[in-house]
Design a protein around this ligand. Structure first.
Ligand SMILES: [Ca+2]
Length: 422
């Protein structure tokens, strides 16, 4: 009986042990599957992060490469600019779009294809990207509405007015919907937005035009535009006008217009004498490989003189430049396993732009001085000669300065003034 009881005890103990083992095994399976699930989820998440990061790093390296191309262009311009008959040849260093992996034309030789293959095999770059560089100086700088140069201030004002007038002429439906729109008034609000005073150009206090806006107490801010979207705050602005204006405007202009890179709309805004047809001819001439971009203002004027009265051309004295691009917009889109990253960056040659503005201001001061001299006329010819001599020597100094700056090779990386990631 005692033996039977101990056997029964033994049985129940081993039953308990089996239960315990089963319990632990189940627990371990449960924990293991949980951990496995957690790690799969974490792996998926980190793999997604990894792919996004790869796409982003691809975009960043494409921006670096684009900045390197701009630096090479500046160096080549400083070193060989004066020796090359056609300076625009150097533009090829920056202006063709670059993509990775590189695409060879169909008829490329087998050797080039093999070379490319071996380069790609050696490369650590496994993202696909496309990088374009465009001339930011081909756009009208909105912040020049408050430029220290009166000529530049007035000319930019006139240019934006002309842009809006051209739009009204071209788009009948839009003009019908906006028949009360006065281009001069909208541009006056833009000037009020940036100039330091509180008196509107079209009369009354500036803030009275912002009464309906919920931000009225702080508007206009009397400072430079910080983002293009601030244009939406301007009274009279709508999305149609914004979409039309913004591609032709910039916040990082070069205090002049680069004619060789300007859009049709910007060309037409220089002078109403430039029609759609003439703007098209100008673009054709620039893109024609046999003739190429305009070398200087003489070349440009002789080309347009067939259709335009040169004596009355560019009445607002908009500073025009031809081979002096100093601000570049870099746009990059990179892709890695369906993850996409885009970066827009703008580089700015502050020295060159400062010099360009300085030249405009000196010319303006000289012209004012010359006008004063003419008004004071003949009774003091000696003074006139003296003043003219002074002006000439100032001009000479200016020219020397410009030449010195051209001779100094730009070794440093271009300066970034704008960076946007998407
Ligand atoms: Ca103001």
């Amino acid at each position: 009986m005692k033996k039977f009881r101990s056997l029964k005890n033994q049985n129940s103990q081993s039953g308990m042990a089996i239960l315990m083992v089963l319990f632990f095994v189940t627990m371990i399976f449960f924990l293991a599957s949980e951990v496995a699930y957690e790690s799969t989820v974490e792996y998926e998440f980190s793999y997604a992060d990894y792919r996004q990061l790869k796409a982003y790093q691809g975009a960043k390296s494409a921006v670096e490469l684009s900045m390197f191309r701009i630096m090479l262009f500046k160096q080549a311009q400083a070193q060989f600019g004066s020796q090359i008959p056609d300076k625009s040849m150097l533009d090829l260093v920056w202006n063709f779009p670059l993509m990775w992996p590189p695409q060879l034309p169909e008829d490329a030789s087998l050797v080039s294809k093999d070379d490319l293959k071996s380069v790609m095999e050696d490369s650590l770059q496994d993202t696909n990207w496309m990088a374009t560089i465009s001339a930011e100086g081909a756009k009208i700088d909105l912040n020049d509405l408050d430029s220290p140069s009166e000529a530049l201030r007035k000319s930019v004002q006139k240019q934006i007015e002309q842009l809006i007038k051209n739009r009204l002429d071209q788009e009948d439906d839009w003009a019908r919907d906006n028949r009360n729109l006065v281009p001069e008034e909208i541009v006056a609000h833009m000037v009020d937005y940036v100039d330091k005073n509180d008196e509107s150009l079209i009369g009354g206090g500036e803030s009275s035009y912002y009464r309906e806006s919920s931000l009225d107490s702080s508007l206009p801010p009397n400072r430079m535009f910080r983002t293009m979207d601030e244009l939406y705050l301007i009274p009279g602005m709508d999305s149609v006008l914004y979409e039309y204006l913004s591609p032709n405007l910039s916040l990082y202009g070069i205090r002049a217009i680069n004619v060789n890179a300007a859009s049709t709309e910007v060309l037409k805004s220089i002078d109403p004498q430039i029609t759609d047809e003439l703007a098209k001819e100008i673009k054709n001439r620039i893109n024609n490989p046999e003739e190429g971009p305009f070398a200087d203002d003489k070349d440009f004027e002789s080309f347009i003189s067939r259709d335009v009265d040169i004596n009355s051309f560019n009445p607002d004295k908009i500073p025009l430049v031809f081979n002096e691009e100093a601000a570049f917009r870099i746009e990059v889109t990179s892709e890695y396993k369906s993850y996409v990253s885009s970066i827009t960056a703008i580089t700015y040659d502050i020295d060159q732009i400062t010099k360009s503005l300085e030249t405009t201001l000196v010319t303006e001061a000289n012209e004012k001085q010359a006008n004063n001299n003419t008004n004071n006329t003949n009774n003091n010819n000696t003074n006139n000669t003296k003043a003219n001599n002074q002006n000439n020597s100032q001009n000479n100094n200016q020219t020397n300065n410009n030449q010195n700056s051209k001779n100094t090779a730009k070794q440093e990386k271009p300066r970034l003034v704008f960076w946007q990631e998407n």
